[in-house]
Every structure is written in C-alpha cells, then in structure tokens.
Design a binder for this molecule. Structure first.
Ligand code: GUN
Length: 290
C-alpha cells in the first residue's frame, strides 16, 4: 500500500503560516495583500475554481477583489480592466481565469499583466525566467504546488526519470522546466506521442496532467514509482483524476489522491505567490523592512 501524498493537510499547515504572516504585516501598520481575480463568462468549472481561490484568500486574510465579466466581453474591455489593475498600487496580484472566450486573445491578455503582478506565472517574462533556470519570478501555481509537495515528503527529483503526461501551457510546459531545474531527466508526452507507456513505465516520478479519467492504469506505471495526479474530471457526479487510483496504489511507493492532492496545493501556491508579490511591492516603497 502506497504512501498517500496528502496535499490537503500540507495546504492547511502552509495556509496557517500565511495567515500568521499576514497578521504580522497588519501589526506593522501595513495594508493587507490583495489579489484581483478576473472571470470572463460563466463556465461552471471556472466558477468553482475562482470561488475556491477567493475563499482561500479571505481565510488567510488576503483581500480578494472580484471582477466578473460577461461571456461577450470584448478584448479591449478586458485590456482596459487589466491596465487599471496594473496601475492600482493596492493590487498586488492579478489572476485572469483561463480559458477565455474565443473573441479574446489569451496570449495578449497574459502579456498585458505586469510581470510583477503576474501571480499565475504565465507572462512570457516569468515563464522565460523559469526556463532560464531562475526562480526569482513567479512560478505557475500547479508546478509550484507539486514542487512544494515533493519537498515536504523528501522526494528529490535529482537524477530521477520524471515523465510528464500533458504538455499544456498551465501545467506540463512550466513543470518540465521546473523539474529540469531540480536536475531530473524529463520526458514530456502529449497527444502525438506514439506510445506513452514507453515513457510512463520508465518513470520514477510520473506526473499526469491530461484531464482524461483513468488514462494511467497499473500497466502504465513502474513498480515503486511516485505518481502525481493533476487531473480533475467529473464522472457520474464524482471528481476523479487521470490515474486509476485503486489499482495503481497497490503497485507504487507514493501517490496523490484526487481530490485532496494537487488541487489544494495549487491554491496554496497562489496564496504564496500573492504574498511574494505583496512583499516585493510593499517593502520596495515602505521604510518598514521584513
Ligand atoms: N485555469 C485552469 N488552471 C488555471 C490556473 O492555474 N490559473 C488560471 N488563471 N486559470 C486556470
């Protein structure tokens, strides 16, 4: 029976620490950190994600500003909102929930966010920093959450074969850069990969981020591997991951559950990035030092 990598309880612990840190800011006479969350349209999954993020902010004392725009919002209107948020001294982080409706150019929107407020880490400047081996900028939340979870359980990717299934912009691509920074040997599989088993069965650490329920069965994993499940899908009203948890857990050394694994760590990473943005902003304009 595998070790269950408990993202929920680790998240709870980190969030308690963030809450205490925010209280210290207030004791020093500083304002609260603030995150602006922008949701365009009414995709039900996005609404749930955004609500979770906002609730998590409020619970640790981060102010959450919410901008809910209609599905038919024009590209220029969204650019205008971001320009306002960029200029607002009291906004530390800006998160535009993805995906955006098709009339909006997602790449341009992401690039219009000030890199210093880009707590999602999606701006080319932040992505580029990560790829160049620097972690001074913001690391995207899911890769960062996974990195923190691995470190907590003393799982060091150095020298390990890390296989990532899914080459998306939000998880797979930045995670491949982060795992390379951790000195792993990284393979990235995607929809054109002829046979993912060739790569997944070699993985010491297997990370699946596809949203295809049950894609990873026991035949696709190596005995004693560590399995990280980033998938979140709804099947018959139940939230499930990419991994057939019940059969895979019998074969591996450690595994994340869904829910309660990577999901809460992603939100916790967002809170950490927001506090990081706040500290850079506040301490650069105030005489109060950390
Ligand atoms: N949609 C799915 N995941 C994410 C995320 O981490 N950030 C944003 N902005 N949108 C998402």
């Amino acid at each position: 029976m595998a070790l269950i990598l408990d993202g929920r309880s680790l998240s709870e612990k980190i969030r308690q620490e963030i809450k205490k840190e925010v209280e210290v800011f207030l004791q020093k006479g500083l304002r609260r950190p603030a995150l602006a969350v922008v949701l365009v349209g009414d995709d039900p999954a996005s609404q749930i994600y955004v609500n979770n993020k906002r609730k998590a902010c409020e619970k640790v004392g981060i102010k959450s500003l919410y901008y809910k725009l209609p599905q038919n919002t024009r590209h220029e209107e969204l650019l205008e909102l971001i320009a306002q948020l960029n200029a607002d001294e009291e906004v530390d982080g800006i998160l535009v929930q993805l995906p955006l409706p098709e009339q909006i150019n997602q790449r341009e929107i992401i690039t219009s966010i000030l890199p210093s407020k880009d707590v999602d880490g999606f701006h080319p400047e932040n992505m580029g920093m990560l790829l160049s081996g620097s972690e001074e900028g913001f690391i995207p939340c899911t890769p960062l959450g996974i990195d923190i979870l691995l470190r907590h359980y003393n799982i060091d990717p150095k020298g390990a074969n890390v296989t990532i299934v899914g080459a998306g912009f939000i998880v797979g691509r930045p995670l491949s850069a982060l795992m390379l920074n951790r000195n792993a040997t990284v393979s990235v599989c995607h929809i054109y990969t002829r046979d993912i088993s060739v790569f997944t069965r070699e993985a010491d650490i297997l990370i699946s981020a596809t949203g295809v329920p049950g894609l990873i069965d026991k035949e696709k994993v190596k005995e004693g591997a560590i399995v990280i499940d980033v998938g979140i899908s709804k099947v018959n009203g139940k939230i499930v991951g990419d991994v057939k948890f019940n059969e895979v857990k019998e074969k591996v050394k450690a595994i994340t559950p869904v829910p309660g694994g990577v999901g809460p760590m992603t939100v916790t990473a967002l809170l950490l990035n927001t506090v990081k943005a706040y500290k850079k902003r506040v301490y650069s304009i105030s005489t109060i030092k950390p």
